[in-house]
Design a protein around this ligand. Structure first.
Ligand code: ATP
Ligand code: MG
Length: 464
């Protein structure tokens, strides 16, 4: 007897996935949808890509699906995986398998193909990911994944410590899925996370980067910082000094870690949970260098001179190591660099901010300008209560910024209504660096509001 839930899943399963299952089963094999699609569909969030697991060896899979009219790409045959494209939609199809010993805690020494889907489910990381579904046979859930999903619990399949030791990346995956599902981590799994977090040191940096980016993308980095800091600090050792770092400043009510968690939550609140990746990374890293830049004055008050510049360097280094795309890295480090840049609710100030962003992240100033205001606002409300008035002032700045951008604000020399050729002709200067210097002067005057960005006016200035 199928439950209502199973009937709903059967209705929601995309036709192209059904085609793959039916073709394999008509050829005498067994096939199930597995992993993320099942998990997300149970949560009422269909739309995840579909992965299929099957008893067919990959060559048979390829043969059967090609005969059914699919294009088949041999994307990971060493692990039994092919990708079938049906009606333009890709489906990964993998032969039932288990993984051999992990002598390096990174890659299984071998994969072994098996005949029982339950064995395949048993090698998966968490109960919520170890669910299989077939539209006629319903859910296959040997580890209580449906129940854990309903009560929002991340629980390792099998003995947690052993599973995390096999592949330490699972430590970060646990945190990512907890963030994504708003779940808690079951106590035995949590205890194993704490023991196994140091093993992340052996994991390839780009895999760590992917998981960390995934954690930030959930918008719940604040939770991870507060509840799983040992894991995050094992993944990115540069974060470790933030914990417990007393700022000894009347402007700060919290240590650097709690302050950072509040800023991460703040940028989500101000963007309706849709903060761009660079803003999320910047929120995480904006004060990362405060401990390293700490000094105390004679009164015992703390200062952090140079922490934005040093933080921007650390952000570039960390994100580069984690193989985060260059554009995101440049944008995030620009935001870190400028998070304390003094601005006010005036047009010239907003143009200066745009010019600084342009210099730090060429071509990204416009989008980043709003992210910088969001970061500054989150930073302000995450300090001591007295700093909150500044958040109101930031509203005015955002209004001025929008007005300026709509009115065609200029912050790059190339946006001036005159160009190098005009300078050479009107000023009689030789082509070369002198031209750039004149344009820079003009830009400064236009940004300060001393000149309008209008061709005739600028030509007159050049002739004068
Ligand atoms: P996402 O939406 O993040 O892609 P997903 O569930 O599809 O979620 P993947 O990383 O794409 O996650 O992996 C697909 C499935 O493979 C998982 O649901 C899980 O069953 C299994 N899996 C992936 N990585 C691991 C791992 N490191 N250890 C054990 N099982 C894993
Ligand atoms: Mg996936």
């Amino acid at each position: 007897m199928r439950t209502d839930v199973e009937a709903r899943l059967a209705r929601e399963l995309p036709g192209y996935a059904r085609t793959v299952l039916d073709a394999l089963e008509a050829a005498g094999f067994e096939a199930w949808v597995v992993g993320g699609w099942v998990r997300d569909a149970l949560l009422g969030r269909p739309g995840h890509d579909v992965d299929v697991t099957t008893s067919a060896p990959w060559r048979e899979t390829a043969r059967v699906l090609r005969a059914a009219g699919a294009a088949v790409h041999e994307t990971g045959t060493a692990h039994g995986t092919v990708t079938a494209v049906v009606g333009g939609m890709p489906v990964e199809v993998t032969t039932y398998r288990v993984e051999g010993r992990y002598s390096d805690r990174r890659h299984p020494d071998e994969v072994r193909f098996v005949t029982d889907v339950r064995e395949d489910l048993a090698r998966r990381d968490f109960t919520v990911n170890a669910l299989a579904f077939h539209p006629a046979r319903g859910l296959l859930d040997p580890f209580g994944g449906e129940r854990d999903l309903a009560s929002r619990v991340i629980r390792a399949v099998g003995e947690p410590r052993r599973r995390l030791e096999e592949d330490a990346l699972r430590v970060l995956r646990a945190v990512r899925f907890a963030c994504r599902l708003g779940a808690r981590i079951e106590p035995a799994t949590q205890a194993a996370l704490e023991v196994c977090a140091p093993l992340l040191a052996d994991i390839a940096a780009e895999r760590i980067g992917q998981e960390l980016d995934g954690i930030l993308a959930t918008g719940r980095a604040a939770w991870a910082l507060r509840h799983e800091f040992a894991v995050l600090a094992a993944a990115v050792p540069e974060l470790a000094p933030m914990a417990g770092f007393d700022q000894r400043s009347p402007y700060h009510a919290y240590d650097v870690l709690e302050h950072t968690a509040r800023v991460c939550a703040g940028v989500e609140a101000f963007t309706g949970g849709g903060a761009p990746a660079a803003l999320r990374w910047a929120a995480l890293l904006h004060d990362v260098s405060k401990p390293a830049c700490y000094s105390e004055d004679v009164s015992g008050r703390g200062h952090f001179f140079g922490h934005p510049e040093e933080g921007a360097r650390v952000a570039r280094r960390v994100m580069g190591r984690l193989a985060i795309p260059g554009e995101v890295t440049r944008a995030a480090s620009a935001l870190v660099l400028l998070h304390d840049f003094v601005i006010g609710p005036t047009a010239p100030s907003m143009r200066r901010m745009l010019a600084e962003l342009e210099a730090a992240a060429p071509g990204q100033a416009r989008q980043l300008s709003f992210s910088l205001l969001d970061l500054k606002r989150a930073d302000a409300v995450a300090k001591a209560p007295g700093c909150r008035d500044y958040a109101t002032e930031l509203d005015q700045m955002a209004a001025v910024l929008r007005r300026e951008l709509a009115a065609g604000a200029v912050w790059r020399a190339r946006d001036l209504a005159v160009g190098g050729a005009d300078v050479i002709r009107e000023r009689g200067v030789e082509p070369g660096p002198g031209v750039g210097m004149v344009l820079a002067q003009l830009l400064t005057a236009v940004m300060a509001g001393e000149l309008p960005n209008e061709r005739e006016e600028l030509l007159a200035w050049l002739r004068w």
